[in-house]
Ligand binder design. Sequence first.
Ligand SMILES: Nc1nc2c(ncn2[C@@H]2O[C@H](COP(=O)(O)OP(=O)(O)O[C@H]3O[C@H](CO)[C@@H](O)[C@H](O)[C@@H]3O)[C@@H](O)[C@H]2O)c(=O)[nH]1
Length: 255
Amino acid sequence: MSGSDQSVVGQQGAGALVVVPTFNERENLPLITERLFTSLGDVHLLIVDDSSPDGTGEVADALAADDAADRIHVLHRTAKDGLGKAYLAGFAWGLDRDYRVIVEMDADGSHAPEQLHRLLAAINDGADLVIGSRYVPGGALVNWPKRRELLSKGANTYARIALGVKVNDITAGYRAFRREVLETIGLDRVESAGYCFQIDLAWRTLQNGFTIREVPITFTERAIGESKMDGGVIAESFINVARWGVQGRLAKLRR
Ligand SMILES: Nc1nc2c(ncn2[C@@H]2O[C@H](COP(=O)(O)OP(=O)(O)O[C@H]3O[C@H](CO)[C@@H](O)[C@H](O)[C@@H]3O)[C@@H](O)[C@H]2O)c(=O)[nH]1
């Protein structure tokens, strides 16, 4: 880990930690870092690397060492352990410090740092969890393979019906949390290791009485490297969502 602990001062990004999980993103990481700090100079960045074989962790360390403003931090984990686990480790790191807002963002450029101000503005406006949504008016997909789009829309429809929630893009990975949401949910209660983690957190956010607001974003398919989505991720989502749906309905019946 590098960099020192400090709260951030400034305007829109003040007190915000952007958590970026990485696995084999050596070429993407410098590009997204540059774009992030060009867009919002007063956020902090935490890179959570799972010992990427391509040397992403060393690239992250070099970026942290070169940042004179000490805004970049790196968490090195020993093995690839899933997107959800990487985020939870990053959130725990952020909650241990003074950050007011914790952001999720991919390393591959799918989530434009230039649109982060939209998420932070909604937090400043009182939302508890803000989802950068592809499926609200103004949201868009660029170059995403048709099969990924169908999978994503299918997963969203399934989750909406099974859980009885109204979120349009509950699988989205571009998000901003007010720190109280994560503190109240309790990170150790989150059950999903993979991408189902996104649904898991949104579901628990609502169950704990917090609000979710969706703001439109443009999701652009990565130009470099490849997705780490696999069959295990899909199976975990299917099973967990079904289980939460049944639990939620039983709890309602008992009331
Ligand atoms: N540390 C770590 N990082 C990981 C791991 N798996 C993936 N990542 C990182 O997590 C980010 C997203 O992974 P991708 O594999 O590129 O995601 P995607 O298929 O494009 O999926 C995106 O869209 C989904 C919604 O449809 C989202 O659910 C998902 O979060 C993500 O935003 C990238 O920065 C990638 O390096 C892991 O096991 N460990």
